[in-house]
Ligand binder design. Sequence first.
Ligand code: NAD
Length: 283
Amino acid sequence: GRESCLVGLIGSGVGPSLSPALHQREADRHGLRYLYRLIDIDPLGLGPDGVGELVRAAARLGFDGLNITHPCKQTVIEHLDGLSEDAALLGAVNTVVFGEDGRAIGHNTDWSGFARSFARGLPDAPTGEIVLLGAGGAGAAVAHALLTVGADRLTLADTDPARAAGLAETLATRFGAARVRTVAPGGLPAAVGDADGLVHATPTGMAAHPGLPLPVELLRTGLWVAEVVYRPLETPLLAAARAAGCRTLDGGGMAVFQAADAFRLFTGREPDAEQMLTDLSDL
Ligand code: NAD
């Protein structure tokens, strides 16, 4: 690995991000000089396409890598020299690594982060039928993870039917049409009634989006519930699911494992993800 590492996070409103602390604490345990800079496009007056200019600047300034977040995970792609197979399939990049040759390669650790968190936090959870609420960026990563680890069938629900239909179409191409379907909000009771598990990937439960993303009566013993929201870690959905007797998984694991996977790509060193999970609960 390298003796020092200079990385950053590009996105809109990245100020409150926990990524700098997660990376920095892990680097400290490795005795690594590590700087994780926040690069917010808003005060720079840049839109989603401005990420290209920033990626080129970072490469020229000797950055080792970048994390990329909303709203730049798709727009960054055309500015890169190559993509991992997963990032190409997903059409989204959250991690860029600059090689010694100056080439910028895009990766996606959101999906692998969810997959690792799911395996750790809900081991042996049945994955026959899973309902996924929210077909945006996080939903796309979760769907890729669940179908990759062997879920039989996903049912996608989104208040914006076009988003659910669009994601279902790309997943059907990748994993087969039999493994994905969409459901309108009215069909949610039947879909959740038949499901082994529910993954929540909408912003509902964050401070700016209070409340529950589905009727509480749909939560029942025997249904597992995985949350993607991680600020706060304890969402109204998780509290309601636990009260209904569901096994639950919070969004912290996905956040930590995506950071751990990015740390490994940036540094070539093996992160201690369990310790990073402990760090997250202290932050
Ligand atoms: P996004 O805007 O790309 O997608 C959200 C989708 O949810 C949209 O398609 C929207 O139409 C839909 N939606 C909103 N309310 C709904 C409802 N009640 N029922 C059904 N669909 C609804 O957002 P995103 O980037 O996917 O982020 C979603 C959440 O995931 C945010 O809270 C974000 O912080 C979190 N997130 C967590 C991690 C992690 O590592 N844990 C990673 C990425 C995103």
